[in-house]
Design a protein around this ligand. Structure first.
Ligand code: DC
Length: 230
């Protein structure tokens, strides 16, 4: 039997622009696998911290590469060496260190290989910073999701409250500012829109469903795929 062609949708953009919410919903409607690549960098950061190593030290952090086994499950749990790290990777400690880990070339090469393997197996919606430029340069649809800085800070601040994490607004703003800077100025595969990306700007009044519909329409246009009723 002829194998069905795999379709890839890349969603890139800065932290807290709403990528994962939108990507999860698009994947659900299309029946594709959702891959949160940020969670993989976070899981790696957790592994480095757990070993008592310093995530700001590239040499130390890269030593862990052969020992780290990261898996994402269909119900969106994240495992690192068999441990369910889905919650701990969202804590402020990991969030404040992950951009350093994501700037190390050897760690990126290892995780990108894993991400590309995942996209060979299934049709995917993958979100991150370098999906359209580096991980899946042949993705059928590339979205660059943007939101202004204050909207993003407020979104992250409210997410923390929802998780009962008391992080002052100013601290959330500073952390996002720092992460944006490190993510977009690193030498290797920085945060950047691919030239063939479609830009979507989400505002505080944008509805998730509208952003989702805009993406589904592009998927239909670019691939001819019929969008399932939803
Ligand atoms: O999307 P997120 O906030 O969970 O991402 C965590 C960090 O990982 C963030 O600093 C950017 C980095 N990242 C990356 O460099 N490349 C990706 N493909 C995904 C995330």
């Amino acid at each position: 039997m002829e194998e069905k062609k795999k379709i890839a949708i890349a969603i890139d953009g800065p932290a807290a622009a709403g990528k994962s919410t939108v990507a999860t919903r698009v994947a659900e409607i299309l029946g594709f696998t959702y891959i949160d690549t940020g969670a993989m960098y976070r899981a790696f950061t957790y592994a480095v911290i757990k070993k008592g190593l310093d995530p700001t030290n590239e040499q130390q952090s890269c030593l862990v590469i052969p020992e780290v086994d990261i898996t994402l499950t269909p119900d969106h749990r994240v495992f690192c060496n068999g441990e369910d790290v889905s919650e701990v990777i969202r804590t402020p400690l990991v969030s404040s260190q992950v951009s350093y880990i994501a700037s190390y070339k050897d760690i990126r090469i290892a995780l990108v290989k894993l991400q590309q393997k995942m996209a060979e197996k299934d049709s995917v919606v993958m979100d991150g910073r370098d999906i359209g430029t580096n991980v899946l340069p042949n993705a059928e649809v590339k979205i660059y999701l943007l939101a202004d800085f204050n909207t993003r800070v407020m979104r992250r601040f409210e997410e923390n409250i929802g998780k009962k994490l008391e992080v002052p607004y100013g601290d959330v703003a500073y952390e996002l500012f720092l992460r944006d800077r490190i993510d977009s100025t690193r030498d290797f595969a920085p945060l950047k829109a691919a030239p063939d990306s479609i830009y979507i700007y989400s505002t505080p009044s944008s509805k998730i469903e509208d952003v989702v519909e805009a993406i589904l329409e592009k998927v239909h246009q670019k691939t001819g795929m019929e969008i399932p009723c939803h």
